[in-house]
Structures are given as structure tokens and as C-alpha cells.
Design a protein. Structure first.
Length: 419
């Protein structure tokens, strides 16, 4: 995956995220730069980076150039970051890199490689993406999708971290994308990472997976911050980490996946809504995503089951513990048979490849729960229960890897039949 930062001359970048542009930017003649804002300080222009740092192994990105500094994130092999500066620190030199629009961090120079700016990144002029390859844009910060390749362009939508778009070409430092309504829009090249899929792999861009969590704070007994009554929740260590893991693994397998990070539980509190309205709130998130990304096809709402005995929600496969999966289908959807058929197909593959991992397909009516679970939006929409409150995050992550493996097989068979 390559992280590409490209900057426009005479433009104040802060307008990208907030939809405004300082008056002083108009008609200015600044050297190409990016404006980095830090809390409590005046924004300073930094020269456009000339090099990229390429991650070769899982690497800590730190707050300051010191091995004792807090870890801001773990970079994955193949990712690249724009280098702003190189400074001396304990143990050797450190690269100061850009994490996003206004975020900087440090990575040790002795655990990475450096390279010049990639030649196939957006450049001056306009070019179209080759017919036999697809460039998938991964949003890394909340950013505006604009009607023109300019910070003055009208805002058509707001992209969220984790969302992906398929680039149809480039114009200057901007990627061109197509929205659901057929309109052409633009995303700045410096607020995304990009993955180029070539040959047969490129077909996966037409079947993107959307991962979300209607009950996003569901956690596990061994780590949950809240265990009041039957509730086992946590605002940070929760089921969303399983969704992130699944999304990452699918991306590595060449299947484009959007991992939503919406705090549905928090929205219910703010709107003074009951817990039973979780699916109504998450439905809004799905519909917005579908409107801005027409290639979405598969929808997985990942949950954690309740206080079911550990021996019922856990499988041991090759000496390792896994959180078992149960597929939930609601009959409130008039075409629920389509969703059920999809669930049965995956369940069959799961039982064959990982015996004992599945708890089967459970069909529920409105008298037994929500009854619809947003499954009317797509025949490939599922609610998945990963383990229960007595499982662990580690067990769930193993299950995410197994499920990604099975879904990749299913998707490959679908692609093969469509050719």
C-alpha cells in the first residue's frame, strides 16, 4: 500500500477538512507546502517532502524521536509515509513523517526503507486509470469530496476514515472518483492511501465489503470497562477491533473493504434514543455509504453474543482457541431467503474448512428481535455473532482471519462464475 501526499501551490490545506479557505490564500504565491497545525501554536508551512519512508515490517510510529515515546500507531509492511525531516535521536536518526492532514510523528530510520516520490502517483495534468487495473483509495482522515479538483470546489460529501473509493483517474494532485449518482467528484491525494489492483485482482473492486457494528461497544468480560447488569461494554476495547482486523485481512487478500467506525451507541445517547433503535441508526450509516460508494455489495454487521457458556462459543482448531460464529437472518425482510441463502453458502464453506467454528444459521422473526437487521438493503447482508462475552479479543481476531479466508474462497468462486 502506498501513501501519497501531493500538495498544490498557493493553497492552504486546512480548508480541505473544514470546507473553508483563509482569505490570505487567494492570489498568494507561496512555494509548494503543506500547512501543519499543532495545538496551541501557529500553523507553519513545511516544504513538500521529496522522499517517502517504506515500512518493511510491523513498525511503531511514535510521538517523538525516542524509543520511550508513546506509540501513535503500528504501521504495516508495504505502507509508505511522506518524510518531512530527519532528526538525530537515541539509537540513530529518526524520520519525521506525516500521518494525516495535520498530524506528524516519528519512525526510526534503521527499521525502514526510503524511496523517492512514486512516479505513478497523481501528478500535474490529467490521466486516466489503466483499463486493466484499479486504484482503490483508502480514506485516512475525515475529508471532503469535492465537485472540482480544488479546495474551492463545492463539497458533495464527507468521507470517513476507513471508507474506500475506486479512482477513475487523476487531475493534478487530486483523484477522480464516481459517486452513486454518476457524478464525477474529486478527493485530494494527500489524505488517502492507495492500493493498485492489477489483472484479475482488480475485479474485487466491484464487490466491496462494508463492515459495521450496530452494537459497537460490545466487549468481553476480561476487558470491559462496564459490566452493569447484562451489559458488557467498553468505549475502546470492543467488537469494532474485530471488524478492523477483518477489513485489514480482506484488503491483503485483494478484496476491497470499508470498515466503519461510527459510534452508534454514542449517537443513541446524544439523541436520547433507546438501545432498540440501534439498527435504525446504523441503517443511516449504511445508506450514506451506499450513496457515496456504488460498488458496495456485501454488508457484515459484526456483533458479540451475550453471556453464553464459554464451551458453547469457543472452538479449538489445531490447538488454537477461536470464537465461534453464528449467522443471524431476520424474517422481517420480505426477501430474507436471499440473505439466508448467502449465509448458508458461507456456513457450508466454514464448516468444511474450519470444522466446529460455525454455530449455524439462526432465523429470527420480529418477535425474537429486530426482525430485519438492515438486511433488506442487500441480498448479501448478514448479522454475524462472533463468540460471546466470555471469549477474548485474541480469539475473535483468529476468527476474523478464518472468516476472511472463507469469504475470499466464496468471492473467488463468484468471480469465476461471472467470467
Amino acid at each position: 500500500m502506498r501513501l501519497r501526499y501531493h500538495f498544490l501551490c498557493g493553497i492552504v490545506v486546512s480548508g480541505l477538512l473544514f470546507g473553508s479557505q483563509p482569505a490570505s490564500a487567494a492570489g498568494s504565491a507561496l512555494e509548494p507546502s503543506v500547512v501543519l497545525a499543532s495545538s496551541g501554536s501557529t500553523a507553519a508551512a513545511v516544504p513538500v517532502p521529496k522522499e517517502l519512508v517504506r515500512i518493511t515490517d510491523v513498525t511503531n510510529i511514535r510521538q517523538s524521536p525516542n524509543l520511550e515515546a508513546p506509540v501513535l500507531k503500528k504501521a504495516q509492511p508495504g505502507q509508505t509515509y511522506a518524510i518531512l525531516d530527519t532528526v538525530a535521536g537515541p539509537g540513530g536518526d529518526w524520520h519525521k513523517v506525516l500521518l494525516g492532514e495535520d498530524k506528524t510523528a516519528y519512525v526510526a530510520s534503521w527499521v525502514v526503507e526510503t524511496a523517492g516520490n512514486q512516479p505513478d502517483s497523481p501528478s500535474t495534468g490529467s490521466q486516466e486509470t489503466p483499463d486493466k487495473s484499479r486504484t482503490i483509495l483508502n480514506i485516512i482522515d475525515v475529508t471532503n469530496i469535492r465537485a472540482e479538483p480544488s479546495l474551492d470546489g463545492a463539497i458533495l460529501a464527507k468521507a470517513q476514515p476507513g471508507q474506500t473509493y475506486t479512482a477513475t483517474g487523476t487531475e493534478g494532485a487530486w483523484y477522480k472518483v464516481a459517486l452513486a449518482n454518476g457524478k464525477t467528484a474529486y478527493i485530494a491525494g494527500w489524505v488517502v492511501t492507495s492500493t493498485t489492483l492489477a489483472g484479475d485482482t482488480a475485479q474485487s473492486a466491484d464487490g466491496q465489503v462494508y463492515i459495521y457494528h450496530s452494537h459497537n461497544r460490545e466487549s468481553w468480560k476480561n476487558v470491559a470497562g462496564s459490566k452493569s447488569g447484562s451489559s458488557v461494554d467498553d468505549p475502546k476495547t470492543n467488537i469494532t477491533l474485530v471488524g478492523l482486523e477483518l477489513g485489514k485481512i480482506l484488503q491483503k487478500k485483494g478484496i476491497s473493504a470499508i470498515t466503519a467506525n461510527d459510534d452508534i451507541a454514542g449517537r443513541l445517547v446524544l439523541k436520547n434514543l433507546s438501545f432498540s433503535q440501534s439498527y435504525s441508526e446504523s441503517r443511516k450509516t449504511l445508506q450514506e455509504a451506499m450513496n457515496t460508494n456504488p460498488s458496495l455489495s456485501y454488508f457484515f454487521d459484526i456483533h458479540r453474543d451475550a453471556d453464553v457458556p464459554y464451551n458453547q462459543t469457543t472452538a479449538t482448531i489445531n490447538g488454537k482457541k477461536y470464537a465461534r460464529i453464528m449467522f443471524i437472518i431476520g424474517t422481517g425482510n420480505p426477501r430474507y431467503e436471499d440473505n439466508a441463502a448467502f449465509a448458508e453458502a458461507l456456513n457450508k464453506l466454514l464448516e468444511k474448512k474450519y470444522p466446529g467454528l460455525s454455530r449455524g444459521v439462526l432465523v429470527k422473526s420480529a418477535h425474537q428481535g429486530n426482525g430485519e437487521y438492515n438486511q433488506s438493503l442487500s441480498p448479501y447482508s448478514l448479522l454475524l455473532e462472533f463468540g460471546g462475552v466470555n471469549n477474548t479479543l485474541e480469539e475473535n481476531k483468529r476468527t476474523a482471519e478464518a472468516f476472511a479466508d472463507v469469504f475470499a474462497d466464496y468471492y473467488a468462486s463468484v468471480q469465476s462464475k461471472s467470467k
